[in-house]
Design a protein around this ligand. Structure first.
Ligand code: ATP
Ligand code: MG
Length: 155
């Protein structure tokens, strides 16, 4: 599928849902080429849902901003997802993609969480031969980057 059309379509869905809940959501498409990526919509949707769902769950419900940006380099597209939530301490950051890893403190509102969301997101991205990484600044926010290879086959 075409990366631009796919992302625009997917982000429309999130925008609608998040704005309905009075959160600020911005999507920026800075991709210059109309390249093709080989993806399973349902799986990628689930990966975004896990990441954006965390931003909602751990962020300040009165003042939440989520930004998603699409850019590209030669053989890869990059999607960044940024929130203005509490951030993740540097010593915990290396573990957040581990299965069942959670950060236990008073900000953990949802007792139903199992700590699988990001592990699943990582598996879904890797199933597309992509990579996912994170950076964060405490009390400022969290920044995820997903890289997905551009498909050169005819499709
Ligand atoms: P589940 O997703 O299974 O409901 P979870 O949200 O606790 O549970 P993950 O999504 O894997 O599990 O996230 C792991 C931990 O990383 C969370 O417990 C949370 O402490 C922290 N975390 C993840 N995303 C964010 C974020 N955007 N801002 C702040 N902390 C985050
Ligand atoms: Mg989660």
């Amino acid at each position: 599928v075409k990366a631009k059309a796919f992302m625009n379509d997917l982000m429309e869905e999130f925008k609608f849902e998040l704005e309905e809940r009075r959160y600020r959501f911005y999507y920026g498409d800075h991709l210059e080429t109309n390249c093709t990526i080989n993806i399973d919509r349902k799986r990628l949707y689930q990966a975004f849902r896990n990441i954006i769902g965390n931003a909602v769950k751990y962020g300040d419900s009165q003042d939440l901003t989520i930004k998603v940006q699409l850019t590209g380099r030669e053989n890869v597209i990059s999607i960044t997802i940024e929130d203005n939530g509490p951030g993740i301490p540097a010593d915990k950051l290396p573990h957040i993609f581990d299965r069942f890893y959670r950060i236990d403190d008073e900000r953990t509102k949802d007792l139903m969480s199992t700590g699988l969301g990001l592990a699943i997101a990582k598996e879904l991205v890797q199933a597309h031969k992509g990579t996912i990484s994170v950076s964060s600044i405490e009390k400022a926010g969290t920044f995820f980057t997903i890289n997905l290879p551009i498909s050169h086959s005819t499709e």
